[in-house]
Design a protein around this ligand. Structure first.
Ligand SMILES: [Zn+2]
Length: 116
């Protein structure tokens, strides 16, 4: 009940921003693309090779829960210290470990969110 009265003022504040545009929007899109420029690194064969070498090195075993996972699609080559677009950190094998999807999507994501 209280919520409806608090939502209205927010809409009034946002509306004028939707009015002006294309330049502002284009800039925002550009910022977003630049912020995520490293996403394409995950699509390279260099990353596929590195990922595989990490899984082999770590014996297909999750570094967090110790689970041996035979389904490599369930394993993630995860950056211990978030690279945040830092190329050296992204490609540093010492900064990457093998974790299972369950641990990666659960504990690890929560950890990174807390650090933000
Ligand atoms: Zn695990």
């Amino acid at each position: 009940m209280v919520k409806i009265s608090t939502i209205k003022p927010v809409i009034k504040i946002i509306a004028p921003r939707i009015g002006r545009m294309p330049a502002g929007e284009a800039a925002r899109h550009r910022e977003r693309d630049e912020a995520l420029h490293w996403r394409k690194w995950y699509k390279t064969s260099r990353w596929q090779k590195l990922r595989w070498s990490i899984l082999v090195r770590d014996g297909f075993t999750c570094g967090m829960c110790g689970r041996l996972e035979g389904q490599t699609s369930q394993l993630v080559a995860d950056h211990k210290t978030p690279h945040r677009g830092n190329e050296a950190m992204f490609w540093d094998a010492d900064n990457i470990w093998c974790v299972c999807k369950g641990c990666h999507d659960g504990a690890k994501q929560r950890m990174e969110r807390r650090k933000l």
